[in-house]
Write a protein that binds this ligand. Structure first.
Ligand code: A3P
Length: 298
């Protein structure tokens, strides 16, 4: 284990914790991370897995409502059930059914999850919007001690010198694991599909969980989990972390305000190389921008 200060293209450094080659926020602890291999799953746990900044908070909140059968879930930080952050003892305080979450790979987790058939909802997001969101995350959270400019950050991010690993390596590794465990219940969602039609995606998750709620309940969840409503309800929970860390803009295509043509081409090139043969394709824009705006603003 070591704390690393990884320099971007201009020499500004981002501080991270390296545990066996996988990177984490510097305030995480090695013991908790290594303990993931022995994490005591409950039979009725479900788990959200995602690359950072891909919509984990969003899906976590929806899953809680679906699991509890109500939209009036208590105000709670997702981080209370973030497996690489909190100890199993801490998480044991929470009643079933728990909605766990993490940004690690399946190989980091207790393989008992396969025997227990722990349901996994994986969420992916296009890597350009992730870059912009991650950049703000790194700049705003003091523990990273990062002061760089976006133009010098893009390559750094694409090379995977950020929490986790390279976004493409993360996605490919998960895709391989899913293919290797065809019998395991894993649902893959995309941030963009959720922005396009949240009610449709909420129903999809409900079906995956084996729920058979009335149509009206799915609609209520979708209404309560628009970007604006979630930010209004939950933003304050995170105020001590900084300004709008987890509820920043909530759009598809914000990358166009940040990427140069050269950045975009570099990202596409690396994506083509790393994702060759993959069945996953990223959505960089929504055809119906009205839908995007409606979701963001309603
Ligand atoms: P932006 O920084 O682009 O706004 P994670 O939860 O995995 O950290 O992802 C954070 C991203 O999800 C942020 O993206 C955040 O604004 C966005 N997000 C959170 N809740 C959302 C919601 N209800 N609808 C759309 N986007 C949401």
């Amino acid at each position: 284990m070591s704390i690393k200060r990884l320099a971007d293209e201009a020499g500004d450094t981002l501080t991270l914790l390296d545990v066996d080659g996988f990177l984490f926020a510097p305030d995480l602890t090695e013991d908790v991370i290594k303990g993931l291999k022995k994490f005591p799953f409950r039979d009725d746990d479900v788990m959200v897995c995602s690359y950072p900044k891909s919509g984990c908070h969003w899906v976590w909140e929806i899953l809680r409502m679906l699991q509890e059968g109500t939209i009036d879930v208590p105000l709670q930080e997702k981080e209370d059930l973030m497996m690489e952050w909190k100890t199993p003892e801490f998480m044991d305080k929470f009643p079933s059914p728990r909605v766990l979450n993490n940004h690690v790979l399946l190989k980091h987790l207790n393989p008992e999850l396969f025997e227990k058939k722990i349901k996994i909802v994986m969420v992916i997001r296009n890597p350009k919007d992730v870059a912009v969101s991650f950049y703000h995350h790194h700049k705003k959270l003091v523990e990273y001690d990062y002061k760089g400019k976006f133009e010098n950050y893009v390559r750094h991010y694409l090379e995977g010198k950020v929490d986790g690993c390279c976004v493409f390596d993360y996605t490919r590794e998960w895709e391989r694991e899913i293919a290797d465990h065809p019998e395991h219940p894993i649902l893959v969602l995309s941030y963009e599909d959720m922005k396009e039609d949240l009610e449709r995606e909420v129903k999809k998750i409900g079906k995956f969980l084996g729920k058979s709620y009335e149509e009206a309940f799915y609609k209520k969840i979708a209404d309560k989990c628009t970007f604006k409503k979630m930010r209004d309800r939950k933003g304050a929970v995170y105020s001590e972390w900084g300004d709008n860390i987890f509820y920043r803009k909530g759009e598809v295509g914000d990358w166009k305000n940040w990427f140069t043509v050269a950045h975009s081409e570099m990202c596409d090139r690396i994506c083509d190389e790393k994702m060759a043969g993959s069945k996953i394709s990223f959505r960089y824009t929504l055809n119906n921008t009205e839908t995007n705006n409606n979701n963001a603003g309603s």
